[in-house]
Design a protein. Structure first.
Lengths: 308, 329
């Protein structure tokens, strides 16, 4: 039985996949690499036939990321499971290090680390995103959207899936937040500050980064109502639940306004900026009278004018 | 590694579970029995822990049948997989025979067989379905789910190819995965009964408003997902239209039956709901239902049902048989 499974869902990106698989190979000594081909229509199957030592599974009909990851979990025979996107990389030895931590802490559900941000050519931009948590019980922070956990940097104990269930396909794109919250409800979380993965950022002009983000955050606020029904949250006093809800909505709307002001307006992309602000206003109408959001937008605008 | 896995999902039914487990263990050689306890709040856990020879998986948070079956799939290791409900009974050696049939036909991915329906009182009736079509049954299965879930044995490899069960459609999740399987692969059917299927009595809560709800859910699934599968998309307009018509006719019949049986039991509210749904979904299908219902055999069945309330369950089964015997143009 291998120690760690790396599950790589892929869809129509054979040129990037090889690199992700190679990085997974060296991330642990005893590793099982499962490539779930989510109904690719191009050369993915042929590219995977070239790769040795991987388990290739093909879903004949598109399942979405969450569905493909579930197939990966179904195929996995290891004790620990890690998800890797086909355009991201795992750092050498990183999975062994995380697996050691899970070995030492039997009550922990998953361990997350830091990630190195990179551009389209996998060149580090110099930014490192570290987990904003000390470890232990992270349920409330996750529920409040205060503790973003990147699936790329995480190693999960596979037994967790048989106590909390598999990934939720209905909330694809935030399925990772959903499962981490459900695991953290019952298990403790380990946090390491060391970088364990390389995240290839989408180009600023690709569709991924813009409106998708707004939709994702909107979906997250809606799905939070469901997560608030988890027994541990439901048992909390009403005031606490209300506070969590309020803070999450405020955080999401400020994030949206900040994105509009700091990212889209400087690039002169007015429609995603407007879309973000519209979503923010719908979620939290009071944001219009709260100064924080404005300040960011105004500052960025002035900078932009100054440059011109 | 075991040859086959039987996944039993259970929720708060400890009095029936041991029988299901024992029958699963005796259904074949080299069988791994996985009991997925969907967060039961009673003594299910202690019963399972004291049962030897099973793999017990306990969910701490209720996931619904489909979610629990998926967890069972993840825990399973067998090359062949079968699901069993906690109130069903698998017949001895039945699993081995089905596996043998699958082994002889390498291209088939799924094998189903008949189920003996038994109402809660223990009364048994003719095995269902009366006809077991084989090979490519995609269009037939779209119209009506005639595959009893517990009789199915699938190959492990096909689960990853079509995806796991969809837990957003409780009640028709099995129908959905069979459709995804038969869209791509041929199936084999065996004429022998392999399980005893405990059906809810018409008077129990399960059979009532849930039926109407399920029909609405199935109709949505049919339009939004099944008709969007490549096989259906690439079919001719006439084929698609025919499938939709047959499907509509079938659910109209179901709803008519539901209305009648509600009225016979003097449950006006229930009858009204199903009649309303029927009129809303298929005003046009009513005519064809009426035409079929005026057939001699159907009238006799209805008259039998009229003689005594207790015969209602038998009448329904007989009605089902008549319907599945009737040729479909």
């Amino acid at each position: 039985m291998p120690r760690v499974s790396v599950i790589i869902p892929t869809h129509d990106r054979p040129q990037l996949l090889t690199r992700a698989v190679d990085s997974a190979r060296v991330s642990a000594v005893d590793v099982e690499i499962i490539v779930v081909d989510d109904a690719s229509s191009d050369g993915t199957a042929a590219a995977c036939a070239q790769l040795t030592g991987i388990k290739y599974v093909r879903a004949e009909r598109n399942q979405g990321v969450a569905g493909a990851r579930n197939i990966g979990i179904f195929e996995s025979t290891a004790k620990y499971v890690a998800f890797l996107d086909d355009d991201d990389l795992r750092l050498p030895g990183s999975l062994d290090m995380q697996a050691d931590l899970l070995d030492q802490h039997q009550d922990a559900g998953f361990v997350c680390g830091a990630m190195i941000m990179a551009d389209q050519d996998y060149q580090p931009t110099g930014e490192i995103v570290r987990p904003r948590h000390a470890g232990g019980d992270a349920f409330w922070e996750l529920l409040e959207l205060d503790f973003p956990v990147m699936p790329l940097c995480t190693l999960i104990r596979k037994d967790c899936f048989s106590t909390v269930g598999l990934l939720n396909r209905q909330v694809t794109s935030i399925d990772d937040w959903d499962i981490f919250t459900r695991i953290a409800e019952l298990y403790s979380v380990i946090v390491v500050d060391e970088p364990v993965g390389v995240y290839r950022q989408p180009t600023p002009f690709s569709g991924q980064g813009s409106s998708a983000r707004a939709i994702q955050l909107q979906l997250a606020t809606r799905h939070q109502l469901k997560l608030l029904q988890l027994p541990r949250a439901a048992a909390a006093p009403l005031m606490q639940r209300r506070k969590i809800r309020r803070r999450a909505i405020r955080r999401v709307s400020e994030n949206l306004v900040w994105n509009a002001g700091a990212k889209y307006l400087p690039q002169g992309r007015f429609s995603p900026a407007l879309a973000n602000v519209a979503v923010a206003l719908r979620l939290d109408p009071l944001i219009a009278v709260r100064p924080n959001g404005y300040k960011t937008v105004a500052k960025k605008l002035i900078e932009k004018m100054g440059v011109r | 590694m075991p040859k086959a896995s039987i996944i039993i999902t259970t929720y708060n039914r400890p009095h029936l579970l041991p029988r299901a487990i024992a029958s699963a263990c005796a259904s074949g050689q080299d069988v791994e029995v996985i009991v997925v306890d969907d967060a039961s709040s009673d003594e299910t856990a202690s019963i399972c822990q004291s049962t030897r020879g099973i793999t017990y998986v306990r969910l701490d948070r209720n996931q619904g049948v489909a979610g629990a079956r998926n967890v069972g799939l993840v825990a399973s290791r067998g090359e062949y997989i079968s699901f069993l409900d906690d109130d069903d009974v698998r017949l001895p050696n039945s699993l081995d025979e089905q596996i043998e049939a699958l082994r002889k036909t390498p291209e088939a991915m799924l094998c189903y067989a008949k189920a003996i329906p038994a109402v809660a009182s223990g009364k048994q009736s003719e095995p269902y379905p009366a006809h077991c079509p084989q090979g490519d049954i995609f269009w037939k299965l779209l119209v009506r789910n005639f595959i009893p879930c517990g009789t199915v044995v699938v190959r492990r490899t096909c689960v990853s190819r079509v995806g796991l069960l969809d837990d957003s459609i409780p009640g028709i999740d099995d129908w959905d995965i069979w459709i995804r399987i038969v869209e791509l692969f041929p199936v084999i059917a065996m004429e022998m009964p392999v399980i005893i299927w405990r059906q809810s009595t018409p008077a129990s809560a399960q059979g009532s408003s849930r039926t109407v709800e399920l029909i609405a859910l199935g109709r949505r699934r049919f339009r939004d997902h099944w008709m969007k599968l490549p096989r259906a998309v690439n079919a001719t307009r006439a084929e698609r239209h025919e499938a939709w018509r047959a499907f509509s006719r079938n659910i109209a019949e179901h709803l008519t039956w539901e209305t009648l049986s509600a009225l016979r039991q003097a449950q006006a509210g229930r009858g009204l709901t199903s009649a309303q749904t029927l009129l809303r979904l298929h005003p046009g299908a009513l005519l064809s239902v009426l035409r079929r219902w005026t057939r001699a055999s159907t009238i006799i069945t209805l008259m039998t049902a009229g003689t005594g309330r207790n015969d209602l369950a038998n009448a329904k089964t007989r009605f089902k048989q008549i319907r599945s015997d009737a040729p479909r143009q």
